[in-house]
Every structure is written in C-alpha cells, then in structure tokens.
Design a protein around this ligand. Structure first.
Ligand code: F6R
Length: 623
C-alpha cells in the first residue's frame, strides 16, 4: 500500500504536498517523492522517510512557477526501496509523470513489449510501465492517452498523472485502490485517504472502480473505461481535522487508545433509546427475520472483533454462525446462499481479501452487511447493508479504537437481530442496553488507571516471548492482546484458548515466558483458574486481566488488572484496553516506531502476486 496526493491551484504546492504525504505516511514509508509543474518543473524523490525527502528538497528547491503537483509515499512491492525505484516515475522524454498505489500485474509483459519498441526504463518497478505506455498514445491530450493506456493494465491501482505540456490538468485513475478528489474554491485536491484532505476541504468525490477523472483547478470531469461521462456524486466528510492530529500525544496509537471512551459514545449515538436498540440504517429487516446462517469475514484485528460477534450471536440466536479470516473464506467453499448473511468487518473498508469475500458472497446470492469505519470506502459502497462504526480517522497502523467500535457495533446488531427473530425479549434488551450505556464510562475509567499497564510493560520489555490465554468471549481478547504486542513491540506473543495450553504450548512455559490470562466470561472463570494453576506449576508468571469479582483468579495471579463487573457481552470492549496499553508502552520502552511498525502498512489493499481466482472460479473447474 502507498499514499498518493495531488493538487492544482494557487497555493504553495510543495508544502501542501508534503503535508498531505505526512498525513498518509501510515500507508507506506520506505521512499517518497514529489513532482511540480507549471512554467517550471521540479522533481525530487528518495529512498527513506518523508523527513529525508524534506531535507533533500531544502538543499535543491528554488521557488518557481508551479500550478500542479503530485506526490507519493511508497511501500515497496516491485523493486526494493531505492532513490530510483521511488515515485514519481516518468516516460523516456521525462514529460509524463506518474505516481501509483497498487500493483500492475501484467507489467512484465508490457515492459518487454515497450522495450522492443525502444523505451528505456530506469527502475525495477511495475509502475514505470505506466508513463511509457501513456507515451505510446500521447499526442497532446493526457486524459485521452491515459484512458487508452489504462485499458491495457491489469491489477489494482490508483494513479495521479500529469504531462509537462499540459500544466493545468491532473489525471486520476482508480481501479481497486482508493482515490478521493477534494473540491476547493478554485483548487482541486487528490489523495488516497481522507486525512490528507481534511485541512483543506470536506467536500469530496470518491472515485469508483474503473473511473478516470480529469481535474482542473475549477472543474472535475469523470469518465468510465469506455470514455463515457459518469455523473459526479459529491459528499461531505464529517470527520474533523483535530481527529486526524496527535493533539499532544507522543504517538497516534496512544491518542487513539485514550479517545476510546468518546469514540464509543459516537458509535452508540442515535442507536439506543429508551432501553431499545435501534438500527434505523438496516433496510431489509424482513430478511434478518428469516436469515438461516451468518458468516462473519474479516482480517487481523477486525477478525478478532468478528470472533467476539460470533460468540455473542451464537449465544443469542439458534442458527449457525461462523467467523472466518477473509484470505481463507475467499478461496474455500463458503457454503452460502440467498438465505445467508455475510458480515464484512473492516476499518478501512478497502482490505483486498475482505472486498473479494464481499464480492464472492454477493455472487453467490448472499445478503451482505458491511461493518465499516470509512464512509465511502469500497465495502461501505458495495455492501447491501452498512453499519458505520464512527471511530473517526485511525492513523496508527495498529488498530485500537476501531476494534472496540467494531465489537460494540456487532453487539448492537446481535441484540437487534435477536429482537427481530423473537429471541431477545424486552427485559433482557432493557438490561443489556443499560450495560451497553455504561461502556464508554467504564472504558474511560480503565484508561485513567494506566499505571499498572506501564509497570507490567517494564517487566516484560526485555523478554522474548509471551502467551495470552482466554476462554469463550475472552479468547478473541487473548488473540488481540497478542497481536498488538507482537506487531508493534516485535516481542513474540501467542494467543491461545486457555484449554489448549496442555495440548502443546505448556511445554514452552518457564520463568521468562509470562502468560496474560484474560478472564471476564463468567461461564468459565473456574476453568481459567485451573489453567492459571497449570502455568504457575511450571514457574510461569501470570498477569491477569480479570473481572474485579473473580477473586480466585486474582489470588492465583502474580499481578492483576481489574476490570469493572459488567455483562460478559460488554466485557471484551473493556478488557482489551489494558492489553493495548501494555503493547504500546512495551514498544515505546523498546524505542520502536510505534505508529509505523516494520513491514506493516495500515490497510492491505492489494494481494501480492498473481491472482489465482476465487472459490467460484475453482468451483467451476472442479465440478
Ligand atoms: C492490526 C491491524 C490489522 C487490521 C487488518 C484489517 O492492528 O490493524 O490487523 O485489522 O489489516 O484491516 P481493515 O479493518 O482495514 O480491513
């Protein structure tokens, strides 16, 4: 994943592009570059972070006459990070300038062909074929030439392009990688994601797959791949600029953890009233009444939220509920049909495997429900039904606030569908709504008590391994706690169903391998107590994240962080908070780049390598 930005207008283009790139740096940060054009032309690109690009610019930039500019922050896929492989890329005459997010799958074929036709390539990237291919068609109209070239490209991509000969135009292309146009007064912006646009405008056009836009400073024209005009839909963003800034916190991750109490209030707003769950966004209530099975599909942290949804729905409903990681779901026989509901959980709404699962589900006739943060994202737009989680912009690569908002949304949905199916009765609904209403305050309370997580971080910072265990509703929390720790602190951590310990992992427990025991599910707290004893008997240290009234667990543990007593459906939202803090403080104590962990980018919008087709393709081959 990479971040791209573009601008046409009269402001200081260079500082605008650099600011935009910084706001997108979470999307990739191994190289960066910008190109500006007007009467003058300036291009600078480098391996390394945007800060290095700024230094190089300081030593080389002189004011000039510029009317357009594009920039990119890269996450290498084809060709390692280097000055040459950094974007922008250009054609033989250095006239057509391109930045790209995504993968061109047939670049090798195109490149060989272009080389035969005399083109000379500088880099090892897939991107560089694009300006050379456009060059083949270019006779003074960059928009027309791009339309012709794009038809020959396979893969997923978002592009920003200009020609030095037409310095009043930017061309933007979207195919399976997000791209948003920002509309200003006598200025037009382009960016891969909303945070880059927030300081300038809230009025946006979200390009759809296969759309190509011609941007001028006072107009936008959009066509499809056939070159036919497409009607432009403008929408207003309701995120504020403050939400996308650090507000004095050392890292975005800490800020995003700390704001979770407020975020949860936003998730709830308008959805509970007089002891009732109201999801007025759901259009086809009749379908829910008759739905025969539910599949939750997601990746990473969103998958862990999905697992909690699965446990709650399984508890409430009497139909089969499954939860799968999207990269598996999309290639197996999903066993879904027109009576199935497939719930896609995704913060970004742009994760490639989750999108593929959504499309597969639709092809097989299932009803789809997106549980999404980003308004206007692909999953938001393509799902039959959408529940937005209202977590605001999440910038840190490690997801925190979106996770709690996803769980809360899935919980609301579980109660809602339970009611429709006649299995959640008024008394229970009123009771659970009271518990749900307490959640934002309880999360804020746990956040205020952040000394204990800090102390525990100091105890594990120099260790190499950790286990996280839980049962039933606490099991996904164990998985999520382990994922948070490993992805930002690089300390090896495994999440396990506590009952599985004795089937293998117990062999690894010793003094220097701590276990985090999560225990809030009242159905199994005695079982957890036995599991903790098993660990203690192998001299393992136990840090428990435990409901305040589970005395037995507290007594068995070396140290405990107490979670206020609440219903087991709401506990996972609260219990994950200290685990997020422990991961954060451990990574920070280790001096790591918490917001941008190595080898990871915020959302995985492309699938690396050639596509092998989805289950529906293989189905046709095998039967
Ligand atoms: C981990 C993390 C990832 C994402 C996953 C799905 O902290 O952030 O595991 O949860 O890549 O991303 P979305 O939710 O955007 O589909």
């Amino acid at each position: 994943m990479c971040g791209i930005v573009g601008y046409i207008g009269d402001k200081d283009i260079l500082s605008l592009l650099i600011d935009g790139l910084k706001r997108l740096e979470y999307r990739g940060y191994d190289s960066a570059g910008v190109a500006l054009c007007g009467k003058d032309f300036y291009l600078m690109k480098t391996k390394g972070r945007i800060s290095l690009l700024e230094e190089k610019i300081k030593n080389s930039y002189t004011n000039g006459n510029y009317s357009i500019g594009i920039g990119q922050t890269r996450w290498a896929t084809h060709g390692p990070p280097s000055d040459i492989n950094a974007h922008p890329h250009f054609d033989c005459k250095k006239e057509i300038i391109v930045v790209h997010n995504g993968i061109i799958e047939n670049y090798d074929e195109i490149k060989k062909d272009l080389i035969k036709r005399g083109h000379i390539f500088q880099s090892e990237t897939d991107t560089e074929v694009i300006p050379h291919l456009i060059e083949e068609f270019y006779n003074g109209d960059i928009f027309e030439a791009t339309i012709k070239a794009v038809k020959l490209l396979k893969g997923s991509f978002a592009l920003a392009i200009f020609s030095k000969r037409e310095s009043d135009k930017l061309v933007a292309v979207r195919k399976e990688s997000p791209l948003i146009i920002g509309l200003g007064k006598n200025e037009t912006f382009l960016a891969s994601d909303i945070p880059a646009l927030l300081p300038h405008t809230k009025s946006v056009v979200i390009l759809k797959d296969g759309e190509i836009a011609l941007l001028k400073k006072d107009s936008v024209k959009v066509v499809n791949l056939q070159g036919e005009d497409v009607e432009i839909e403008t929408m207003e963003i309701n995120w504020s600029i403050e939400q996308a800034e650090k507000k004095g916190y050392k890292h975005f991750m800490l800020k995003e953890i700390m704001e979770q109490g407020d975020i949860l209030k936003d998730t709830l707003r308008g959805r509970i009233k007089n002891g009732e769950v109201l999801l007025s966004e759901i259009k086809d209530v009749e379908f829910l009444k008759n739905v025969k099975n539910i599949h939750i599909v997601a990746c990473g942290t969103a998958y862990h939220a999905g697992l909690i949804g699965k446990y709650i729905l399984t508890d409430i409903l009497d139909i089969p509920i499954k939860c799968d990681v999207a990269s598996e779901f999309r290639y197996e026989n999903p066993n879904i049909n027109k009576d199935s509901l497939v719930i896609l959980v995704s913060q970004s709404g742009e994760t490639a495997d989750t999108i593929a699962s959504l499309r597969l589900a639709k092809n097989l006739g299932a009803k789809t429900l997106g549980v999404v943060n980003v308004n206007g994202s692909t999953i938001f737009r393509e799902s039959d039904e959408v529940l937005q989680i209202y977590a605001g912009p999440e910038i840190a690569v490690a997801s925190t606030k979106a996770y709690v908002a996803q769980i809360l949304t899935l919980l609301l949905f579980s109660i809602f569908i339970g009611k429709i199916k006649g299995v959640v009765h008024k008394d229970f609904e009123e009771y659970i709504v009271r518990e749900i209403e307490r959640v934002p305050e309880l999360v804020s309370k746990v956040l205020q008590e952040n000394e204990k997580p800090k102390e525990i971080s100091q105890k594990i910072v120099n260790l190499d391994n950790a286990f996280y265990i839980g049962r039933l509703l606490d099991y996904p929390t164990a998985l999520e706690g382990a994922l948070k720790l490993k992805e930002i602190s690089y300390l090896h951590a495994e999440g396990y169903p506590a009952g599985e310990l004795k089937h293998g992992p117990l062999a690894l427990i010793e003094e220097k391998v701590p276990t985090f025991a999560i225990s809030t599910d009242e159905r199994v707290f005695e079982k957890m107590q036995s599991n903790i004893k098993e660990v203690k008997a192998r001299k393992g240290k136990v840090f428990s994240i435990v409901r305040e009234d589970f005395k037995g667990i507290i007594e068995e543990s070396d140290e405990s962080i107490l979670i206020p007593k609440t219903h087991m459906y709401t506990s996972p939202i609260i219990a994950v908070v200290p685990l997020q803090l422990i991961a954060y403080y451990t990574a920070d104590l280790r001096g790591l780049d918490v917001d941008k962990p190595r080898n990871l980018a915020k959302s995985v919008t492309v699938e690396w390598g050639e596509r092998n087709g989805s289950w529906s393709d293989s189905f046709r081959w095998t039967r």
